[in-house]
Design a protein around this ligand. Structure first.
Ligand code: HPA
Length: 271
């Protein structure tokens, strides 16, 4: 399937954009998809791509967007596949493998997350420094594709300190405040209980969310550089005194989106 998908995409890209090899891949999280509206040289709806499926979460479009941003060739996922939608984990990470095959060297994974660290506020941007996989599934389970990566890949520096520093400095030059921390992924789709959030804090998480980690694991395994940026959309359950809602999450992402876009654009230029 990987070959079929890649060949299909390469053909469409060639027809519409000529020689265009994306070197940066971006996964745009809930409420953060606008970058791909602003920069769009070619959009392929997921429903037209063999091996892809439509993403049904509100706040997500479902298309693969190609664009030149800051002189770099970029491919963006406007909407991702979540495990909680019922997709097998292989489907969730499939686009990352496709990105690798298309020539992507660095992926920027973005998401909406709940703040576990009490110092975080809604609409803060957090540079991910590490993650905790609490989804009870690993996307590398199964036969290993030795061409793409090793059976037992090292995960000591999924989010390289150099890139974390680059994003930090880029934000600082732009006058954008950022937080840094550890992202813990749970399957969702229910938000966490306060007890689960206390557990997350105790084991070292600063934010919780329902995505990103499977994609980061596969990207690292496949030899790509990984940058992770969370938009802290709410204080997680128990840290917050009010009930959580997806509408509030999207609202907070909306408040952050201009800062987010400015930061990502500049980060792209610095890669
Ligand atoms: N928990 C999990 N995922 C989320 C949250 C949260 O509080 N906010 C946005 N995505």
């Amino acid at each position: 399937m990987l070959k079929e998908t890649t060949t299909f995409i390469e053909k469409v890209v060639k027809e519409k954009l000529g020689d265009f090899v994306p070197e940066i891949g971006i996964v745009l999280g809930s409420g953060l998809g606008e970058l791909a509206d602003e920069y769009c040289d070619l959009a392929i709806p997921y429903c037209e791509i063999p091996g892809f499926e439509a993403s049904h979460v509100s706040g997500h479009k479902s298309r693969l967007v190609f664009a030149k941003i800051n002189d770099k060739n970029v491919v963006m996922m406007q909407g991702r596949f979540h495990y909680y939608e019922g997709h097998p984990i292989q489907k969730v990470v499939f686009p990352i493998k496709v990105m690798k095959k298309l020539g992507v060297k660095t992926v920027i994974l973005t998401n909406a997350a709940g703040g576990v660290n009490p110092a975080f506020n809604p609409s803060d941007l957090m540079i991910i420094t590490d993650h905790i996989n609490h989804m009870n599934v690993n996307p590398l389970i199964g036969p290993n594709d030795d061409e793409m990566g090793k059976r037992f890949p090292d995960m000591s520096e999924v989010y390289s300190p150099e890139l974390v520093e680059m994003v930090r400095k880029t934000a600082s030059k732009l006058g954008i405040d950022t937080q840094e921390g550890v992202y813990m992924a749970l399957t969702g789709p229910s938000y966490e209980t306060p007890a689960e959030v206390r557990m997350a804090r105790i084991v070292g998480a600063d934010a919780v969310g329902m995505s990103t980690v499977p994609e980061a694991i596969v990207a690292k395994w496949a030899g790509m550089n990984v940058i992770g940026i969370s938009c802290i959309c709410n204080s997680a359950a128990g840290v917050s005194t009010v009930a959580l809602s997806h509408d509030d999450v999207i609202h907070a992402a909306n408040i952050a989106k201009d800062r987010f876009k400015t930061l990502v654009k500049e980060v792209i230029g610095n890669l």
